[in-house]
Write a protein that binds this ligand. Structure first.
Ligand code: ACO
Length: 401
């Protein structure tokens, strides 16, 4: 029996797995996914049940601690998170320095990373230090998200309110102004709560793996989360929710769907059906199922008629009946319908991935904490197959002057 860790040392061999399609990088007790069956469990609870019954902060506590909080624990957690929502003045001052058209995700990479200037003293071996870092990130990232939005539209930043839910506070900070009273719509708060829970964790996806690798040499956790934000931004990952809306707008109407699907199948200029496909799910993404239902409910309750929903339905129908998609087991993922719901709430498209980032922060810190606390701090260091030039002698092609 050869321990896999000794594979290279003893045999000179290592596994070659570009994209890590079949490489397990860690042990984790946080999220379970069964791709072929379309199952997603947070600490054993089906994600769809949590969406129906839990508050975002209950789900966050569950992911971080491992058990649902009792009422006293939940109250304490909410109070800690509320206190941690304050942002240092130096970080607030950063928002004035970005260019007017800066994408909010670019701003988030900078300001989340800058938290490591404020909270630089941290001993990863100290449980309390880790707990504080996790809480601060869960609390501050949504506030920073709203600050990024408000500063981009030239409006004053709104301070969070302690009397609102986590989701309600996000909506308040996004849409309230000092000039007018703002009441959080319960339908919108329920939708944001659901969005947050659905996006909180998804085992070793690209951004979570990035956070773990960044954290493995004991880097500052705030900087590690900034690395996660950067990775999530890509359109093949969290940026897909923004890309789906751009794609649906580009298609424009139901009668153009068939031609678009042909373009996807012919791989025209790298055209992909955004919001479709997943590395692990080879069946309908259970989160997408919840999101599809939520979209219908939220649009009906808010009285919104979005023509893009009809295009999305038609596109899904045509794709799911087509051999190209059937053969490759391509189904809608969580990003396919989420943008239509966020549009109905008045969230601008450029904030979609930011909302994903603030939700996924819960998973990132839970995974970072698990890695650090369970002594899995083996530095993440894959190998490569070198395909470059063999060793050669140095000789100048330009004569020395
Ligand atoms: N549209 C069209 N074809 C697709 C799509 C798609 N969305 N996804 C995969 N395929 C095809 C590929 O072209 C490939 O076909 P081939 O065998 O003829 O070359 C085959 O399916 C396998 O695709 P891969 O890219 O190898 O699959 P992988 O597991 O590496 O990629 C990914 C998964 C990145 C999610 C991919 O499906 C994709 O790009 N989807 C669109 C972007 C998206 O929605 N991303 C969000 C993912 S979920 C999340 O991050 C929350």
């Amino acid at each position: 029996f050869l321990d896999i860790r000794d594979l290279h040392a003893k045999t000179g061999c290592f596994t070659f797995d570009p994209g890590f399609t079949s490489t397990g990088s860690c042990l984790s007790a946080i999220t379970f996914i069964d791709g072929p069956k379309g199952i997603c469990l947070y600490r054993g609870y089906p994600v769809q049940e949590l969406v129906e019954r839990a508050q975002a902060l209950e789900a966050a506590y569950l992911l971080l601690v491992g058990e649902l909080p009792n009422p006293k624990q939940l109250e304490q957690f909410k109070s800690d998170i509320n206190k941690d929502m304050l942002i240092h003045d130096k970080i607030k001052a950063m928002f004035a320095t970005f260019t007017i058209n800066a994408h909010p995700m670019a701003i988030m990479v900078a300001v989340v990373g800058a938290l490591s200037c404020v909270f630089s003293e941290l001993d990863p071996a100290n449980e309390l230090h880790r707990w504080l870092a996790c809480n601060r990130l869960i609390a501050k990232v949504p506030v920073l998200a709203c600050m990024a939005y408000k500063s981009s539209i030239g409006q004053p930043i709104m301070q969070p309110r302690t009397d609102l839910s986590f989701a309600g506070n996000f909506l308040y900070m996004m849409f309230a102004t000092p000039m007018e009273d703002y009441k959080v719509n319960p339908v919108a708060a329920k939708a944001v709560n659901a969005f947050m829970i659905l996006h909180m964790d998804h085992e070793q996806n690209a951004s979570t793996s990035t956070v773990r690798i960044a954290g493995s040499p004991q880097a500052n956790p705030y900087a590690c989360i900034a690395a996660g934000v950067a990775c999530l931004w890509g359109p093949a990952h969290g940026g897909a929710n923004e890309a789906v809306i751009e794609m649906l707008e580009q298609i424009g109407s139901k009668d153009k769907v068939a031609q678009f699907v042909e373009d996807v199948k012919n791989k025209k200029e790298g055209v992909r059906l955004m919001g479709f496909g997943h590395r692990v799910y080879k069946n309908y993404d259970p989160r997408a199922r919840v999101m599809k239902k939520m979209v219908a409910e939220v649009l009906a309750e808010l009285g919104v008629d979005d023509p893009l929903l009809a295009v999305a339905h038609e596109l899904e129908k045509v794709a799911l009946e087509d051999d190209y998609f059937i053969k490759r087991k391509l189904y809608p993922n969580v990003d396919y319908y989420s943008g239509i719901m966020l549009r109905a709430l008045g969230i601008p498209t450029s904030m979609f991935t930011v909302m994903f980032a603030m939700s996924r922060t819960v998973g990132w810190v839970s995974q970072w904490n698990e890695m650090v606390s369970e002594g899995q701090m083996k530095i993440g260091r894959p190998r490569q197959l070198y395909v470059g030039t063999a060793e050669r002698k140095f000789s100048r092609s330009i004569p020395e002057s």
